[in-house]
Design a protein around this ligand. Sequence first.
Ligand code: URP
Ligand code: ZN
Ligand code: ZN
Ligand code: ZN
Length: 551
Amino acid sequence: SAITHRTDQPSSISATPEMAKIFDLIIINAVIVTASDISACCIGVKNGKIRALVDSFADDELSGAEVIDAEGAYVMPGGIDAHVHLCQDLKTGPHGLGGECADNFETGSLSAIAGGTTTIITFATQTRAEEDRSLLKVVETYNARAEETGSYADYAFHIIIVRNDQDILENELPVLVKDWGISSCKLFLTYDTQRLTDSQLLDVMFEARKNAITTMIHAENGDMIQWLTGKLEEKGMAAPYYHALSRPPIVEGEATTRAIALAQLIQNPILFVHVGSVLGAANVRQAQTMGLPVYAETCPQYFHLTWNDLKRFHSPTCFENSKMICSPPPPPSTLDHEELFVGLSNGTFTIYSSDHCPFRYDHPHGKPSGVLEHPESMEGETISECHGLKNLLERKQGAFRFIPNGIPGVETRLPLLYTGALATGRITPQRFVELTSTNPAKLYGLYPKKGALMPGSDADFVIWHPEKAFTPFRLHNSMLHHNVDYTPYEGIEFVNWPRYTILRGKVMWANGKAVGKVRDGQYVKRGPSQLSHKSPRTDQDPYRVANWLYE
Ligand code: URP
Ligand code: ZN
Ligand code: ZN
Ligand code: ZN
């Protein structure tokens, strides 16, 4: 059975050959996968939109169209990576610890495209500096950075809010929603230069709620981290490995519980970003069981790295383990991976993003030393010294508290999920699409323009290799397109990789080569979340907490 949509077809087909062209692009022998279905069919694209899904095309329909033969491989909606840091400021870094973001919109979006992602949502961040108070100014600044280079992928912004200025929230949030289509903000419970107290969180969540803005929460208890960091440093435990020990799972456990309670108090939909612990996932699950609009994002690092990876390098210095530092840290062991995989398949996790936060290792403002001096050589030290380095702190070099948090991964996101979860049968192809494209589109107000294979949707696709025709390979950083000098996934064997990435009908990546242009990507305005309740919701209050707040 065919689903076709021909309403905007020219009524007269007699004129020029150009007018006779029915489709610009046709994909044949596709196995299309959506969040709900798998079906063998062909796709017709016109003017950057999907126009037809059919069993086959007649010859006249093929004429003039570019034809791609998917050879029986999966064709999915283009990946949407809803958590990408690009061009974030040196003065505070993406986490307030300094460090220089290695990717701009050009390199970051190219890396996205090469990994099957057609839309990225990046962060524009307010800071505590007086001149960065205005959220509108901040967004203009970040948008200028994107426009300076252009982008290979379509892009949007989340706004990071680090102050509870009532005037700014009241005056600017409605403008962000209306003029910029920014319908999500991120708030922090950790990082000294960014975190908000509970009452400040309530201030911002309340205003966000009134504007139907989805609140994204970085859930780690900042006090626990500070206290543990002090205790570790007293014992000389300052090497990169101890970053993980300063953030055991209860740090995320406490913060998720608290944020859920705050959100429940004012009936605010929330999305926990980068959930990396079994405890965090369990808290999310429990809230969902209560019927609360609580969503969770997880990331590749929580399925492919463990605490052991923070001990991976022993020479020439253990500074190199800083390459694996991110917050929350990877979980303690591979047993955690298995439990987190359950959350991927059973719906606890709503979306799967990269948290691409690129810092170069070999750079004075990169990984090993934060904003401080480039580390001296530490050749000759023994492994046990390497993990206990007392003098790191005195030298303010390489001690974990000075190391920028975050790892790269926008390009490896989809292939890692394919390899680790789809090919192993842990998730279905439909769930793959839901996690990587459809749910991010719904959650962040991009659906069904993005995240869908429906007539009228943007013709954004990732086309995989037919599985039988693909020879598994081991990843080396030199194969990637980011501007980072390492990948945490070096040496991992991949069982598939995007063969084509197509953005609004334009082939951007084909058979291992980037073929698009850096100005092909466009800014996308978003609407309200389509997963959460309408806001403000005053008609019902199952928990009898806050109806009167919105009256
Ligand atoms: O370590 C991380 N995740 N760095 C990126 C900044 C953030 O908190 O998302
Ligand atoms: Zn974060
Ligand atoms: Zn070491
Ligand atoms: Zn992040």
